[in-house]
Design a protein around this ligand. Structure first.
Ligand SMILES: Cc1cc2nc3c(=O)[nH]c(=O)nc-3n(C[C@H](O)[C@H](O)[C@H](O)COP(=O)(O)OP(=O)(O)OC[C@H]3O[C@@H](n4cnc5c(N)ncnc54)[C@H](O)[C@@H]3O)c2cc1C
Length: 315
């Protein structure tokens, strides 16, 4: 059988890395399994203003996460790059299974976070990476001096729209309501930005083009009126960025004994216990009211200290 770790943490977003830091400092043998880049969702944002103590000019998601990773590894946390596609969570030895093999542990912290919710329009999949994106930091520079549309009206949508104005000639926020949901301080900045425009009460119905996005149909939800937006003739293309919330990364836990709510999030108590002894959940994957870096990191810290307690009680 493979090595049995004290803790295996699934996901290296802010929750997983904070859990790793606390578990490592507690001298628990700890492994973090991550399928992609460290940082999860925060790795795709350019600006973080609301993480306490984050006043470093120009701090971005990736730079903050780089320091979190270094801090975590300093305490001896092992790392592996792998995609977990099955789990066995009941019993004293938990198993996380991938195509490469399995990872065993006395405790598991599920920190698999969430992913961007699709815009939900016709042909969206076909134009992903060909004009449709969910990551301004990754794709903004493809739209240098082009027109860009942002779908959404919350904090992320408006902040990312402002970021996109550094690249695009013009950025239009398409929002299904007649006012933004973003925090007032964010709205104030947005309304002062002269490259930022708003299309209220509207949803994107369909995106089109010949291999690259060059037209879309937008519907006014109040009047039902359909408007076709065509790319400027000289440009031949434009971008559409979707920021309309997230969905949980919890498919692999379906039918595996961990309780999920009707949307797929994992309910926990205040100490991050799931319904299975020795299995904890932290960060955006949890049922919670505020999904942010600060709450994800706090969850991770609590989950790791509870792993230590659980292992202590096992022995
Ligand atoms: C565009 C955008 C802007 C944002 N801006 C801010 C902001 O300014 N301030 C703020 O506080 N918050 C912001 N947020 C929210 C913040 O990013 C999240 O709350 C935070 O990242 C949640 O951390 P997490 O560790 O719970 O999950 P995630 O960040 O989602 O990380 C989960 C990790 O688990 C990995 N994973 C999932 N499934 C598997 C599997 N089966 N096998 C292996 N690995 C797996 C994923 O690859 C991912 O790296 C923003 C989010 C977005 C999308």
């Amino acid at each position: 059988m493979s090595k049995i770790y004290d803790v295996v943490i699934l996901g290296a977003g802010p929750a997983g890395l904070a859990a790793g830091l606390y578990a490592g400092r507690s001298r628990l043998s700890t492994l973090i399994v991550e399928k992609g880049k460290d940082g999860g969702q925060i790795a795709i944002t350019d600006e973080i203003e609301n993480y306490p103590g984050q006043t470093v000019e120009g701090e971005s998601g990736p730079s903050l996460i780089e320091r979190m990773t270094q801090q975590c590894e300093k305490f001896g946390v092992e790392r592996v790059s792998d995609v977990i596609n099955d789990v066995v969570l009941e019993g004293d030895v938990k198993k996380l299974i991938s195509a490469k093999g399995e990872y065993c542990a006395k405790t598991v912290i599920i920190a698999t976070g969430a992913f961007s919710r699709p815009i939900g329009c016709k042909n969206e999949k076909e134009f992903m990476g060909k004009g449709v994106s969910y990551c301004a930091t990754c794709d903004a520079n493809f739209f240098e001096d082009f027109e860009v549309y942002v779908v959404g009206g919350g904090d992320s949508a408006v902040e990312e729209a402002m970021y996109l104005t550094k690249f695009a000639r013009k950025v239009t926020v398409i929002h299904r309501r007649d006012e933004l949901r973003a925090a007032k301080s964010i709205q104030e900045k947005a309304f002062k930005n002269d490259k930022l425009f708003f299309m209220w009460d509207s949803v994107v119905e369909e995106v089109n083009g010949d291999g690259i996005l060059s037209s879309m149909t937008v519907k006014n939800v109040k009047t039902g009126e359909l408007t076709t937006i065509e790319a400027d003739e000289d440009d031949g293309m434009f971008g559409v960025f979707g920021f309309i919330g997230t969905l949980p990364n919890s498919k692999i836990f379906e039918g595996k004994g961990v309780e999920l709510d009707e949307r797929g999030y994992i309910p926990t108590d205040a100490d991050m216990h799931t319904n299975i002894p020795g299995v904890f959940a932290a960060g955006d994957i949890r049922v919670k009211s505020l999904r942010q870096v600060v709450t994800a990191a706090a969850d991770g810290a609590i989950a790791a200290t509870q792993c230590e307690k659980y292992i202590g009680e096992m022995e």
